[in-house]
Design a protein around this ligand. Sequence first.
Ligand SMILES: Cc1cc2nc3c(=O)[nH]c(=O)nc-3n(C[C@H](O)[C@H](O)[C@H](O)COP(=O)(O)OP(=O)(O)OC[C@H]3O[C@@H](n4cnc5c(N)ncnc54)[C@H](O)[C@@H]3O)c2cc1C
Length: 407
Amino acid sequence: MSARETVAVVGAGLAAAHAVEALRASGYDGHLVLYGAEPHHPYERPPLSKGYLLGNDERDAAFPHPAAWYDERDVDLRLTTTVTALDLDRHEVLTGDHRQRFDRLLLCTGAMPRRLAMADRSGAPVAYLRTLEDCERLRDALRPGTRLVIVGAGWIGLEVAAAARAADCTVTVVETLDLPLLRVLGPEVAQVFAALHRAHGVDLRLATGVGGIVRDGELADVHLTDGSTLLADLVLVAVGAAPGTALAEAAGLDVDDGVVVDARLRTSNPDVLAAGDVARAFHPLLGRHLRVEHWDNAIGQGAVAGRNLGGADDEYDRLPYFFTDQYDLGMEYVGAVGPEGYDEVVLRGDVPGRVFTAFWLREGRVLAGMHVNDWDAIDPVRAIVARGAPDVARLRDESVPLTDLTG
Ligand SMILES: Cc1cc2nc3c(=O)[nH]c(=O)nc-3n(C[C@H](O)[C@H](O)[C@H](O)COP(=O)(O)OP(=O)(O)OC[C@H]3O[C@@H](n4cnc5c(N)ncnc54)[C@H](O)[C@@H]3O)c2cc1C
């Protein structure tokens, strides 16, 4: 590869950091330019709803690499720089009036919180959580007695609820579904999270929507669809994230709830790849496209994209994995249930005591598995999910150790 070549990476998040690392490790010594709209080097977001929000971790701990790491790899880092358009015919990245030619391009533009228009219009104190600055503003607001209303009982909403309870806030979570995390976990396991939050004093308003948000001086009146009203010092909107596909769409790339890529993370343009939260990748083991908004996926896809930009031809075939920490509950989950759903959940261990494993099956095939506070279980859980079709009778039989089901 000639030193005159340019690889451009758009979006300086976690996927980009790992792409840069893998690309340089592959021997690529050409120009490598990395654009990031934020003023920071790539950082990890999980601490923003956990350790850093709680005040347990330092800010620096969120950065996988210090600034010098990028200099050592001769990365032409353009922070606080938003890419405004892509000209794929001319192989150019546009930042306002400036144009940068590229040979190959990687899109790692991530995702952004879905907005709630009624909250944005209200003029009431409303927050979202995606960036370090969002986290720091939220952390400042979480004082003893703060009345926090969280709209949405997904991962971020629940993790913030746990952090806010640790800070002695009064926390109400409003969720339209019957249980928190219902779509991901199903009722059998979702009820564990409902019980956990109730045990820690969170007021869960389930099967209830937000009908309106009205500014009330410095406060917010949150009107619920059940006719009740909550008074809040702050409303956190945590209703999911949307992939950052605007550039790709405007450039004419295939976009369908994410930038559509093959298993090698190539978009509909052979010189353009995409990785991380923004990519809807074909998964060779699952046999379908899926977009995964998780830390492990950003790391793994970033690395594969970096290698492929450097001349490799690797597929990304790691099973989806994610984790959460809420109060004293730690959880890891592997696999994906998929659009057809599951027909059986196998639970092993002490579910009310919150030390257990769970497996989601369809027609005798394991689609996904998780453990709660059973840290040694993650390797066998992963192996069982990868194997797909174990002896289900033995999986249901708790006297058979998980490690006996992996082979
Ligand atoms: C609060 C929070 C907690 C989380 N906790 C967990 C967890 O516990 N476990 C887990 O598995 N996952 C968690 N995640 C998800 C995980 O952080 C993401 O999957 C991961 O950050 C995705 O990395 P990425 O590089 O694809 O995108 P991002 O991290 O979103 O990075 C994309 C970057 O691209 C920039 N960008 C976008 N458009 C442009 C443009 N036009 N020009 C220049 N730059 C641009 C953005 O500003 C951003 O900095 C959490 C996410 C959040 C927000």
